[in-house]
Ligand binder design. Sequence first.
Ligand code: FPP
Length: 262
Amino acid sequence: MSGDLNVDEDLLDSYEGTIPGHLAIIMDGNGRWARRRDLPRIRGHRAGAQAVRSVVEACRYLGVDTLTLYAFSSQNWQRPPEEVAGLMTLFEIYLQRERERLLENDIRLEVIGNRDRLAGVLRDSISEIEEASANNDQMVLQIAVSYGGREEIVRAAQGIAREAADGTLDPDDIDESVFEDHLYTAGRPDPELVIRTSGEMRISNFLLWQIAYSELYITDTLWPDFDESALLDAFHDYEGRERRFGKTGAQVETVENTGSDG
Ligand code: FPP
């Protein structure tokens, strides 16, 4: 099934470590990449779109189940109008150009975020590919566009409040699982690993609920330079981590060695 993936198979095959089931990436540094080359910012975003193509295919090849990419935050609407317009055009072009490759490679596309603010034509393209890819089961590609973690939590609270008000949900039954069911990411597992490029030590309103226990990996590499080997560096680093979920190291070891909480 990997025949049509445009990847460096020798390089990716050399990695024998753990692959996160759900990888989420804050793609940052397009502007700096462009500035260093004396280019307009949009050229950085275009180079960033190339990196998206390559990382999507590498993740599909390596067996990542869910890949979530932070492409445009709710706060990014405040950027200069020409940059916002350029980014929206890039998303549209990406969807058109990648549609067939996503389908051929059995990748399911989902867009998370507030679609009301997107242009009708982009909304239609998103819905069309989401429907066309709905039965694909090799990888879920979630692209966060016009997305904000706090907004997502507020929206979930509104949905829950509405159901409680009209009597279809008992407030005593509200638990973490009910809450999760009202997030954009309902039905998807939480990310095991979050990568942020370009060295900033921030979460920037990304998946606030979902990353409660995620491992964080921050690299100075700017997003347009983030390639397959940078991805493997992140996986190597993740491989060495011990995920404790609030337990002690000894408890985690017992579970790993005996398969029980012993
Ligand atoms: C942050 O870098 C990046 C963005 C706001 C846009 C991300 C968009 C892409 C990677 C390209 C298209 C995406 C898809 C899914 C096709 P920045 O502009 O804040 O960089 P800076 O901090 O160096 O200025």
